[in-house]
Design a protein around this ligand. Structure first.
Ligand SMILES: [Fe+2]
Length: 311
């Protein structure tokens, strides 16, 4: 049977993609951001998922404001990078997993979660930037990706609780898929930021760090955050954080935080990142060979907190 082996969340700031594409990753400003993902790439190289389910939002690339589905599931065989105004990013075409995606569609819809099935879709920085951050810049992505697009651009977006429950439904779907697949779920977007209006440039590190803490320890508390609170505390675009709750809902209640990174700013956005594993998997690890790398990751996380977190 398929199983979810981990959840990963990360911001998907478009300027991060531009820094990669323009080969600016070694410049001091960007090195601060990219260095926080070095351990994550090592973790991902060890995790070697068979499939990634990537929760993100489309930024008027695949869906214009004329029609925006609340939740859209990519069921195609492939998803080309979108032209976001300066040509498609030079990243590989994303290969989908139509069989698992169709199974998820059937499972969640019969579970009364009416997701929109999308058979043709281009994917923008919301998906491609987190792929770069966790997999680097290979010629081909190392595994198929099932995109799940969430509307956070046109009012009303779904609630955090609804997103969390979508994660639960996705987990049920994955765990009923007969093939032995190891699946990692990404939740992307955020953290605090506002890109226009009088509060443009808003960053609220205190809110972000509390969100990260509760994502691990008390995600149900996060499901009670209302839209207005996201906007007030984390800026208009901070609402993207509801997508992290899809990832968290796809994991079990008890998880182990394997790694965390937070830095400000990247462009005008706070960058947050976390890797969570089901508790029982970590417990197995502690008894086996993988104990050392996990310890290293935790020490790296502590260093990242000390060195890079600003209040
Ligand atoms: Fe976004």
């Amino acid at each position: 049977m398929a199983k979810i082996i981990a959840g990963v969340s990360s911001s998907h700031v478009p300027a991060i993609g531009a820094a990669i594409d323009n080969k600016q990753t070694e410049e001091p400003y960007w090195k601060r951001v990219f260095s926080g993902f070095e351990k994550s790439k090592e973790w991902m190289a060890q995790a070697k998922p068979d499939v990634v389910i990537l929760i993100y939002n489309d930024h008027a690339s695949a869906f214009s404001v004329e029609m925006v589905p609340t939740f859209a599931l990519g069921c195609a065989a492939e998803f080309p990078p979108a032209d976001e105004g300066w040509g498609p990013r030079p990243v590989p075409v994303v290969k989908g997993h139509p069989q698992l995606a169709a199974h998820i569609a059937q499972s969640v819809i019969l579970d009364e979660f009416d997701i929109t099935v999308v058979n043709k879709m281009e994917v923008d920085h919301g998906l491609t930037v987190p792929m770069n951050l966790l997999f680097g810049s290979p010629k081909e992505w190392p595994c198929p990706v099932i995109p799940v697009a969430v509307n956070v651009v046109l009012y009303p977006p779904p609630t955090g609780h609804r997103c969390f429950m979508l994660g639960r439904a996705i987990r049920k779907a994955v765990e009923s898929y007969p093939e032995d697949l190891r699946v990692v779920v990404f939740g992307t977007g955020g953290m605090s930021h506002q890109i226009s209006g009088p509060r443009a440039g808003l960053i609220n590190s205190k809110f972000d760090k509390a969100f990260l803490d509760n994502l691990t320890k008390d995600p149900k508390k996060l499901t009670r955050i209302q839209h207005l609170e996201y906007m007030r505390e984390a800026g208009a675009e901070g609402i993207e954080m509801v997508m992290w709750l899809v990832m968290r809902g796809a994991l079990e209640d008890k998880v182990d935080e394997v790694y965390r990174f937070y830095t400000v700013p990247a462009s005008n956005t706070a960058v947050g990142h976390i890797i969570l594993e089901p508790h029982r998997r970590a417990a197995k690890k502690s008894a086996g060979k993988a104990k050392k790398p996990a310890g290293k990751m935790k020490r790296a996380a502590a260093r990242a907190k000390t060195d890079r977190v600003r209040s």
